[in-house]
Write a protein that binds this ligand. Structure first.
Ligand code: F3S
Length: 92
């Protein structure tokens, strides 16, 4: 089974740093969130945790923020971690 982004311990896995040791801002802000509609059971937890990224469409969640704004990345990761059926896929 492929590792989900939410399972990684580092919030900046796979990102590069510039010559000053700072994380590249463009890369830091390039996360994409996807809800697998076949897995989502419509519990609404992700919308409660991170309403700036997720919303409900009928009985399924949808990630409407693409890409996820840098200021919402940690909250989005938290939503993915807490989804009871691991329906949220994070791509960086
Ligand atoms: Fe669905 Fe998981 Fe959100 S079940 S409503 S994607 S927390």
């Amino acid at each position: 089974m492929p590792e989900r982004e939410a399972d990684r311990s580092s919030p900046y896995s796979g990102m590069t740093m510039n010559n000053h040791g700072k994380i590249n801002e463009r890369e830091k802000n390039s996360m994409k969130a996807i809800v697998d509609p076949d897995l989502c059971i419509g519990c609404t937890l992700c919308v409660q945790i991170c309403p700036s990224v997720f919303e409900m469409h009928d009985d399924k969640a949808f990630a409407y923020a693409d890409p996820v704004p840098g200021s919402d990345i940690e909250t989005c990761r938290d939503a993915a971690r807490q989804c009871p059926v691991n329906a949220i896929i994070l791509e960086e």
